[in-house]
Design a protein around this ligand. Structure first.
Ligand code: FES
Length: 165
């Protein structure tokens, strides 16, 4: 049975608190086949998978670190670097591209002072490019956190993203 886990507040200088992870890993103790659920749990807690966490999971599941690392890097759902509090995914698939996605991406990159794929230094926003969100009729489209925003223009994108806490 899955237990509810609370995300840990990850101030940059804060040392990792393994207590919530240990609690979540109890059910996977010594089970080498549980790498994926263990990593999912850890990511739920910390927001990403720092090296110490991978090491800790390997130890608890009795799996070599190289294997844990292999799983964490194979699946795109896992993040090895710290993410922003908000995720902005701008679509640059064909329909969105021809309707102006590159201008939106450039405007956001300039405003946030990052290159797509990066996170702002204050961990406010992670900017990503995706290729077709299945909403081509609304192009150009972005997903800001969980919200789909269609018929986007650079000014609107900047306004929304600047308003994110
Ligand atoms: S190309 Fe952007 S939603 Fe399909």
């Amino acid at each position: 049975m899955l237990t509810e886990v609370k995300p840990v507040d990850m101030a940059e200088e804060e040392r990792l608190d393994f207590a919530p992870l240990d609690e979540a890993l109890d059910e996977y103790e010594g089970n080498p086949g549980a790498a994926i659920p263990a990593l999912q749990k850890a990511q739920e807690i910390y927001g990403y998978l720092p090296a110490e966490v991978l090491q800790h999971i390997g130890h608890r599941l009795n799996v070599p670190l190289s294997e844990i690392y292999g799983v964490a890097t194979f699946y795109s759902q896992f993040y090895l670097t710290r993410r922003g509090r908000h995720t902005v995914r701008v679509c640059d698939g064909t329909a969105c591209h021809v309707r102006g996605a590159p201008k939106i991406i450039t405007a956001l990159e300039r405003d946030l002072d990052v290159v797509a794929g990066e996170t702002t230094p204050d961990y406010r926003v992670t900017l990503e490019i995706v290729y077709c969100l299945g909403s081509c009729g609304l192009s150009p489209v972005a997903v800001i956190d969980e919200q789909v925003v269609g018929r986007l223009v650079p000014e609107k994108a900047l306004e929304i993203v600047r308003g994110l806490e």
